[in-house]
Design a protein around this ligand. Structure first.
Ligand code: COA
Length: 304
């Protein structure tokens, strides 16, 4: 069911926040670790630096706290917590630890849809609201630095750590999440994967090709379900993997780069955190006004 059911209770984003761990690793730092150059990394990916050595739980607590504070609610008002992550610190109980640290009492769970995890979680949160929840905290957090092989130049230059969060609240009427599309293609799993306890592995070129195609496909589906076109989008907030992937997708969608949120130069690819980090940056800079249509679109391992 791709378009939001207009008879279901609607939801709106009322708060947001983010967190980046303090340690910054620049491209020049990487030059001392693997056979690469700042010039190569910037030209091929658009990334200049990334934050590392974060923990998924620690970053989630900070981003979650900021989002609750910006919503004007207190932790006791939150009815459910969802954390999107592909790098949990513990086998289970990550979201529960965050809940306890923030002083919440509510149902909690984790969603792993790799770099698409935040958009999957937003849709799941909307489902909880349709079933009666009032306030849901959604956090996207990943500490990819712990599953990155820092001796492998194919992957080491791309990834970083961070967390972003939003508070979703029920509202009268259809709400502000007007359409959605979730999809996955398990046959493409072998081009981007990590074994439990292992490092990120990928076929970069093939991931690149598919990423552009599936972002454009999914974005077009959602535009169609919403009954709008690329021209109507005030801001595109794409998964932050590679500036060339974003540019290629924008070209095909007819959305110019002025209407696109980009933070990857400062953060690299932070997986499930990348979309809420870019959204937080755009909201904080006043790039989104009430009533603006915003299109969030991600892709990730799985492939989701
Ligand atoms: N520094 C310098 N040279 C590098 C390098 C690095 N960090 N990594 C690879 N190279 C070399 C390659 O070995 C290759 O050398 P060769 O021509 O002698 O064989 C050359 O640079 C070109 O590599 P190529 O793989 O063709 O580069 P590319 O333009 O495809 O860019 C990626 C590589 C990984 C940046 C790009 O394919 C990409 O971003 N893919 C998507 C990855 C992704 O987003 N993953 C996460 C998805 S959620």
């Amino acid at each position: 069911m791709p378009a939001t059911d207009s008879s279901a209770r609607g939801a709106t984003i009322i708060g947001w926040g983010s967190y980046l761990p303090p340690k910054v690793l620049t491209n020049h730092d990487l030059e001392r670790m693997v056979d690469t150059s700042d010039e190569w990394i910037v030209e091929r990916s658009g990334i200049r630096e990334r934050h590392v050595d974060g923990t998924t739980i620690g970053m989630s607590i900070e981003a979650g706290r900021a989002a609750i504070q910006s919503s004007g609610l207190s932790p006791a008002d939150i009815d459910a917590l969802i954390i999107a992550t592909t790098t949990p610190d513990k086998q289970w109980g990550n979201a529960a630890t965050v809940q306890d640290a923030l002083g919440m009492r509510c149902g909690v769970f984790e969603i792993n849809a790799a770099c698409s995890g935040f958009v999957y979680s937003l849709v799941a949160a909307h489902g909880l609201i349709a079933m009666g929840a009032t306030n849901v905290l959604v956090i996207g957090a990943d500490s990819l630095s712990k599953i990155t092989d820092w001796n492998d130049r194919n992957t080491a230059v791309l990834f970083g750590d961070g967390a972003g969060a939003v508070v979703l609240q029920s509202c009268d009427g259809p709400g502000e999440l007007v359409a959605w599309d979730l999809d996955a293609d398990g046959s493409a799993g072998p081009i981007l994967w990590a074994d439990v306890g292992g490092y990120i592995q990928m076929e970069g070129k093939e991931v690149f090709r598919r990423a552009v195609r599936i972002m454009v496909d999914s974005a077009n589906k959602v535009l169609h379900h919403a009954g709008v076109s690329g021209d109507d989008i005030a801001l595109l907030v794409p998964h932050q993997a590679n500036i060339r992937i974003i540019q290629a997708a924008c070209d095909r969608l007819g959305v110019d780069m002025d209407r696109t949120a980009v933070v990857l130069d400062r953060m690299g690819n932070t997986s499930a955190a990348s979309i809420p980090l870019a959204l937080d940056d755009a909201l904080t800079k006043g790039r989104i006004a009430p009533g603006d249509l915003v299109l969030l679109v991600g892709f990730g391992g799985g492939m989701t």
